[in-house]
Design a protein. Structure first.
Length: 240
């Protein structure tokens, strides 16, 4: 659905995807309205989603903070901060938004539309935060928590555990290679399997022309993290 207005059937479709049905549909429409569209349609009194985005950002941080606090009972504050940042960063939010095709439902101004704003990570991530804010206002904290935890555990890229989301193995590998004077690192996609909505990527990691690790994942970034961990193991670097 790419349109200059939001149809009821599209709202129903989106609510089915996110697993939450709004009592106040106006809140959902507001969450999907970018400031560029509201500015171009001032005569129609459209309200954009930036205030909802502000609220959603705060609610998201609260719920994710509690989630990682309970998920990792033995980790210190610094690690919990990293875990939370990995979930609420623009890349993770945009990825989650794309899994529900959130960009297809947005109302954008003509300028944003023609410059590819519908697929821009920043716009999709902001819209997801606005959606979180609208769910919070419409359904309260528990419904919002259910939506966010589902997003973390299902829609955010990961493998069989949370480690590839919460641990930046690529950065750790780069630091280790710099220490050992190995500098030429290349990640290459060697194979893709599955349909677009459920694709698996296979990555080889070469260091100075030598195969150091391989990995697979639901996104290229996830597969690269798995390959980087494999390379760290080859170098004898602890996972801890």
């Amino acid at each position: 659905m790419v349109s200059s207005r939001i149809k009821n059937k599209d709202l129903i479709d989106l609510q089915k995807k996110i697993g939450y049905y709004f009592k106040n549909k106006k809140l959902l429409k507001k969450a999907l309205t970018h400031s560029s569209y509201a500015n171009e349609n001032k005569s129609k009194n459209w309200t954009h989603n930036e205030r909802l985005e502000f609220l959603g950002d705060s609610v998201l941080n609260l719920i994710v903070s509690e989630y990682v606090y309970r998920k990792f009972p033995n980790d210190p504050e610094g690690e919990l901060t990293k875990f939370r940042a990995s979930i609420v960063c623009e890349t993770s939010l945009a990825y989650a938004a794309k899994t529900m095709n959130l960009g297809d439902y947005l109302l954008l101004g003509k300028g944003e539309e023609v410059t590819g704003g519908r697929n821009r990570d920043s716009i999709q991530a902001d819209a997801l935060e606005a959606l979180i804010g609208s769910i919070y206002l419409d359904g309260g904290l528990e419904n919002t928590k259910k939506f966010i935890i589902d997003m973390i555990e299902v829609k955010v890229p990961r493998t069989t555990s949370f480690e590839y989301l919460f641990t930046d193995y690529k950065t750790r590998l780069q630091e280790e290679l710099q220490r050992t004077k190995k500098v030429k690192v290349k990640y290459s996609v060697i194979k893709e399997q599955g349909p677009d909505h459920d694709k698996v990527f296979y990555i080889n990691l070469m260091v100075d022309g030598e195969l150091y690790g391989s990995g697979k994942g639901r996104s290229k970034k996830e597969a690269e993290q798995v390959a980087a961990k494999s390379a760290l193991n080859k170098l004898g670097v602890s996972d801890e």
